[in-house]
Design a binder for this molecule. Structure first.
Ligand code: PAF
Length: 284
């Protein structure tokens, strides 16, 4: 695996891949890799012969008081995992390379970013879209793979790619779960063992909605209350939102169809967790 730290090295590597006629698939990450990221690499490798991964903890997408400083970082471990999974090149830029002094331009998302995560984390999605746009411009991949777990991020990246005519295909990798249902996340590292038990209420709530919908219940209010019931039994969990929403607008729906997104965010101890399910897809 090639280690790329500097932007000129990345550009030279990319030019060589282009000259060799190889399609490049890109997996952007903030590191602290887990099996969910590696599944994105597997998907990328099925779609293109060369996979490039980036590891960059993007300061722009963390608000004041959020976990930027304590976000888990272990580059040696990430490097070993990426290389073991067949990643051809790992791009690990410094903050100063991505945001040199004087950098001030931002990608400002539309109203889709004001709901749900955007309402809880003002400025978060401008930070995400700015770094994703920069990474796409730097890497110039044929395709990029994002995880379904951050579903609003996926929808906003897809929207940005359409709105700004960015020449890249966006692919979405399914959420990977532990056998007990907990969605894999780098932030699971913050959970105590009691938190991990409490955190199961998120996937239980999604599963309850999925089962009810498959059983014929399409009323969003009813699905919402079935989901809330799962949290009444959990101690130490505070629900931030349950969203039953249209995938194109992220607005709440009254009746859920195939393709409707059911998303949940909750605080478990000091950790905010997200999970979601797209109705009509298999609950993994
Ligand atoms: O999903 C993530 O890990 C990040 O938001 C991303 C897409 C790498 C941008 O920093």
């Amino acid at each position: 695996m090639v280690d790329l730290r500097e932007i000129p090295a990345l550009r030279a590597w990319r030019a060589a891949e282009r000259a060799a006629g190889r399609r490049v698939a890109f997996v952007p990450t903030m590191g602290a890799l887990h099996a969910g990221h590696l599944a994105l690499v597997d998907l990328a490798a099925r779609l293109a012969p060369t996979v490039l991964m980036s590891v960059f903890v993007n300061p722009l997408q963390f608000g004041p008081g959020e976990d930027f400083a304590r976000y888990p970082r272990d580059l040696d471990r990430d490097r070993a995992l990426a290389a073991g999974r067949g990643v051809a090149a790992l791009f690990v830029p410094a903050v100063e390379a991505m945001y040199p002094p004087g950098a001030e331009t931002r990608v400002v998302p539309g109203p889709m970013a004001e709901r749900w995560e955007g309402a809880q984390r003002p400025g978060h999605f401008a930070g995400v879209l700015t770094v994703v746009a920069k990474l796409l411009n730097l890497v110039q991949p044929d395709l990029a793979v994002f995880g379904q777990k951050d579903i609003q991020q996926v929808c906003l990246v897809q929207r940005m790619v359409r709105d700004l005519d960015l020449p890249v295909e966006i692919h979405v990798g399914r959420t990977v779960r532990e056998t007990n249902g907990l969605a894999l996340s780098s932030r699971n590292a913050y959970l105590s063992s009691a938190d991990r038990t409490a955190a199961l209420s998120l996937s239980r709530a999604l599963r309850a909605a999925d089962l009810a919908w498959r059983g014929g219940e399409a009323e969003a209010l009813r699905l919402h209350s079935l989901m809330m019931e799962q949290f009444h039994m959990s101690i130490g969990v505070t629900v931030d939102y349950i969203a039953i929403i249209d995938p194109d607008t992220l607005r709440p729906v009254e009746r859920a169809d195939g393709g409707t997104i059911v998303a949940v965010a909750a605080r478990v101890g000091r950790t905010r967790l997200l999970d979601n399910h797209i109705l009509g897809t298999e609950f993994c």
